[in-house]
Design a protein around this ligand. Structure first.
Ligand code: OGA
Ligand code: NI
Length: 348
């Protein structure tokens, strides 16, 4: 299918070319990363309908996936393929709208409910990445650009379906930590969660070196991220110091553990470090649905996971403050987590 990349020269964020890739990442490192067949797979249907023993095993596997990877695939998830396709197609239409139709969202700031742009946060970063994006707050209230006209209905349905899926996963994750299914959702007010939808568009790469960065290494600021792509690979996940190319099983979603899960689990589960790499002639797109604690929830490690308060890794931070901090600074791997980390007295 023909793809029409945005004309970056007219983008108000850019005063020239994309820088292509982070100078710290040699393009050889970007392109030599092979696919990883070891990415854990979670069968959602077993979590919901499985007999007790199969379900218990699935919960243990889920726990191990969160501990070892912070990243897994979910199959048999029940989100209709037509709905995923409608979401992808509608976002593609948005990216190919003329610039003036999107102008009012292009200057938006990190906490504005609708943002369209290029790069991650180019003002703070000083670096452009090979990426266009749309970010919209989807819950408790859906904020949506007026065009394309069907975006509102598609986004409403897609956000509701994926929110339900992510909440079930959150309960199962809570159980996998030896807690009640409701414990983490209640502690983080996940039922009235804050949800964002993001569409990423990575134009065909024409920069130097054959490959570049669409999105630099980062962990997500929320609790859980659900992602699928348009059939073009490019998402890489770090594990044991190595980057691995994530190749989805047919129909599967990727799930990425975010910083808030790392905080509530007191570091037992980790927010996955990941990045998007571009290279080749086909445009890549991804559609992302992320749930997070309610914006006013103060997120801290679940006390039962920190007996006697010893080994407490994180302090309580209001999620709104955390998100604003992460979104207003240069994307720096997992550096944003230091905002919530308990600072130990070096002299002691
Ligand atoms: C993100 C993200 C990766 C991708 O939007 O936070 O990590 O593959 N996207 O688009
Ligand atoms: Ni991400």
């Amino acid at each position: 299918m023909a793809e029409t990349p945005l004309h970056h020269s007219t983008d108000p964020f850019t005063d020239g070319e994309h820088s292509g890739h982070d100078p710290a990442v040699p393009s050889s490192d970007i392109s030599t990363c092979g696919p990883d067949d070891g990415i854990p797979v979670v069968d959602f249907d077993v979590l919901v309908n499985g007999a007790a023993d199969r379900r218990a095993q699935a919960i243990r596997d889920l726990g191990r996936a969160c501990e070892d990877w912070g990243f897994f695939m979910v199959i048999n998830h029940g989100v209709p393929e037509e709905l995923k396709e409608a979401a992808m197609e509608t976002c593609r239409e948005l990216f190919s709208l003329p610039e003036e139709e999107k102008a009012e969202y292009l200057e938006a700031r990190p906490m504005d409910p609708i943002r369209i742009g290029t790069g991650f946060f180019s003002v703070a970063d000083g670096v452009r990445y090979w990426r266009d994006y749309l970010k919209m707050f989807a819950h408790p209230e859906l904020h949506c650009p007026a065009k394309p006209p069907k975006l509102r209905d598609v986004a409403a349905e897609y956000s509701a379906k994926t929110r339900g899926l992510l909440l079930v996963l959150a309960k199962a994750i809570s159980e996998s930590l030896g807690l009640d299914g409701g414990r983490i959702p209640e502690a983080t007010d996940l039922e009235s969660c804050f949800q964002i939808l993001v569409a990423n568009h990575y134009p065909p790469y024409t920069g130097p070196g054959g490959a570049g960065l669409g999105l630099p290494a980062h962990s997500d600021h929320g609790f859980l991220t659900l992602l699928f792509q348009n059939g073009v690979d490019g998402l890489q996940v770090e594990r044991d110091g190595r980057w691995r190319l994530a190749k989805p099983l047919p129909g599967a979603f990727f799930v990425i553990a975010g910083d808030q899960l790392e905080i509530v689990s007191n570091g037992r589960y980790r927010g996955a470090l990941h990045r998007a790499v571009v290279g080749g002639e086909r445009a890549r797109m991804s559609v992302v649905s992320m749930i997070s604690p309610c914006l006013d929830a103060v997120v801290e490690p679940i006390p039962e996971l920190v007996p006697d308060g010893r080994g407490l890794e994180f302090r309580g931070v209001r999620y709104r403050d955390y998100m604003e901090h992460q979104q207003s600074n240069k994307l720096d791997g997992k550096g944003a987590l230091d905002f919530a980390r308990v600072q130990r007295d070096i002299a002691a």
